[in-house]
Design a protein around this ligand. Structure first.
Ligand code: ATP
Length: 201
């Protein structure tokens, strides 16, 4: 199946763009959702994480305490590497099987760290939602009621705008309103339909 990776920095408008694709009938898989599924209670990965880091990494209801895990690996590169080598292949499998479950002519993988995580290897094209970094900070802080400093810290851990654009096959300019975003997506959608049809023939 023809697959498009949809990415962009924090607050760039990935979710808004993904919603437009959904409205056009396109199957969208959310990489963040896949990352949560693989560590749900009952999944072997959660047991392995609890064994490695101790039961303190679980909440009272048995779910993963993500904030605690983030703190534990923050200054511990070996533990971080261990966790990534456990989770990355599982997330990849979950994404691939979820992408297969769709029946639309092509599928979208929405992932904030598509390129950084190597998930771009799972898709045929990379579509970047782009906007000036100042607007990104403004929209993300308005949405999350977060301090701008906090948003800038998250941005520093992601690719910068230029690096991301260099990897893009397609760019959605989200500096204007949602109607403008939607009309760019309608045009891209027509191109993707043609590309999907051409790889099937
Ligand atoms: P994150 O990676 O942080 O989850 P995201 O890339 O999915 O972010 P969205 O949540 O889609 O970004 O958008 C960020 C905020 O900006 C939201 O509040 C959204 O409603 C708003 N937004 C998105 N696109 C536009 C637009 N074109 N005009 C105005 N507001 C927008």
């Amino acid at each position: 199946m023809f697959r498009v990776g949809l990415t962009g920095g924090i607050g760039s408008g990935k979710s808004a763009a993904a919603e437009c694709f959904r409205e056009l009938g396109i199957h969208v898989v959310d990489a963040d959702w896949a990352a949560r599924v693989v560590v749900q209670p009952g999944k072997p990965a959660l047991e392995q994480i609890a064994q490695h880091f101790g039961a303190g990494v679980l909440l009272d209801n048995g779910e993963l305490n993500r904030a605690q895990l983030r703190t534990l690996i923050f200054d511990a590169p070996e533990d971080r590497a261990w966790l990534e080598s456990l989770l990355h292949p599982l997330i990849r499998e979950e994404i691939l099987s979820s992408l297969e479950q769709g029946s639309s002519p092509y599928a979208i993988l929405e992932s904030p760290l598509l390129i950084e995580s190597g998930q771009h290897q799972l898709v045929d094209r990379i579509c970047v939602v782009d906007l000036p970094e100042s607007l990104q900070v403004e929209r993300a802080s308005a949405r999350d009621k977060n301090h701008k400093e906090q948003i800038r810290k998250i941005m520093a851990a992601q690719l910068n705008r230029q690096e991301r654009l260099e990897k893009a096959d397609d760019v959605l300019d989200n500096s204007a309103g949602l109607a403008e975003l939607r009309s760019q997506i309608e045009i891209l959608h027509q191109r993707y339909l043609l590309q999907a049809a051409s790889i099937q023939n």
